[in-house]
Design a binder for this molecule. Structure first.
Ligand SMILES: *[C@@H]1O[C@H](CO)[C@@H](O)[C@H](O)[C@H]1NC(C)=O
Ligand SMILES: *[C@@H]1O[C@H](CO)[C@@H](O)[C@H](O)[C@H]1NC(C)=O
Ligand SMILES: *[C@@H]1O[C@H](CO)[C@@H](O)[C@H](O)[C@H]1NC(C)=O
Ligand SMILES: *[C@@H]1O[C@H](CO)[C@@H](O)[C@H](O)[C@H]1NC(C)=O
Ligand SMILES: *[C@@H]1O[C@H](CO)[C@@H](O)[C@H](O)[C@H]1NC(C)=O
Length: 244
């Protein structure tokens, strides 16, 4: 996952993934990995120290130095394999170009993601970018694994795809994005063609005639195929919005 929200002004892309809980005995682990049994923290007790903020303190009960793979479900080991590793592949100390909505599109071996709002101008939609994973592999091979800075390419999107905050898929061959809206333009759930000309289809932009607040994240249920998304209180500090 990338960071939630729009709080950072700098960005770095790193591999960082966490599995979903179901409870299991500690398995044998690859390097830089920690297994946390979800049942071990299901009840912390009335006098426990609870985290106050998901932004200020990460969930790291083993106090392991980051980055590391925190595994909550043994099934995640199949995804990690025997030799997972972390590499910085693109970074920009000046701007949060990598903020939300990561979607990997296998057909072209690219990852798509959205950036932060542009500093000082919340009247403009953020940018959706893409990175070629084969370029990443080539660069890391040349650098022997040390940090690289590959090309981050902004993609041209229709004006219906605005303030992209969440993404998933591919869903029936398209990227599935949710956006916060901008000005009078409503937050929307959109399908986007991962290939040029990146045409889009708006699937939903209202709740029985009312605008949504700020669509934030989206997932597709793995068996029913239904789309689930979250609609959080309006984030007018990030993208200028008009209440309806
Ligand atoms: C929790 O703290 C309260 C107040 O200090 C104390 O009375 C109580 O015994 C504590 N409970 C436990 C389970 O430690
Ligand atoms: C990586 O490249 C981008 C685009 O050229 C540049 O803005 C950024 O500063 C570079 N990052 C570093 C750490 O030099
Ligand atoms: C954004 O739009 C509002 C309303 O049109 C305007 O008052 C404000 O000056 C604009 N801000 C910028 C940074 O352009
Ligand atoms: C590449 O990195 C590996 C692992 O860190 C190291 O064993 C190897 O010597 C390095 N090779 C070169 C050519 O630097
Ligand atoms: C993009 O356009 C093609 C050709 O008209 C169409 O088949 C496809 O469904 C469109 N994709 C989206 C996401 O709108």
């Amino acid at each position: 996952m990338f960071s939630f929200g729009h709080r950072t002004n700098t960005a770095t892309i790193l591999g960082f993934v966490v599995g979903v809980a179901h409870g299991a005995a500690p398995p044998s682990l690859p390097p830089q990995s920690v297994f946390i049994d979800p049942l071990s923290f299901a009840v912390l007790g009335q006098n426990a120290t609870f985290r106050d903020s998901a932004f200020d303190s990460g969930f790291n009960p083993s106090s392991t130095p980051t980055p590391f793979f925190q595994i909550l479900n043994e099934g995640f080991l199949d995804i990690l394999g025997q030799e997972p590793s972390f590499h910085e592949i693109a970074s920009n100390p000046d701007f949060g170009f990598a903020n939300e909505a990561p979607v990997y599109f296998p057909d072209t071996d690219e990852i798509f993601f959205s950036g932060s709002a542009f500093p000082g101008n919340t009247n403009v939609s953020n940018q959706v970018n893409r990175v070629s994973m084969s370029e990443v592999e080539d660069a890391l091979r040349t650098s022997n694994g040390s940090a690289v800075n590959v090309t981050v390419t902004p993609i041209d999107l229709p004006s219906t795809v605005i303030s992209t905050n969440g993404g998933t898929g591919p869903f029936r061959g398209s990227l599935l994005f949710v956006g916060d809206g901008l000005g009078a333009r409503p937050p929307a759930v959109t399908l986007v063609n991962p290939r040029p000309p990146h045409n889009a289809t708006v699937l939903l932009d209202n709740f029985f005639g009312r605008q949504f607040n700020s669509l934030n994240d989206v997932k597709i249920h793995p068996t029913s195929g239904k789309i689930f998304f979250s609609d959080v209180p309006q984030v007018e500090t990030y993208f200028a919005r008009v209440c309806s």
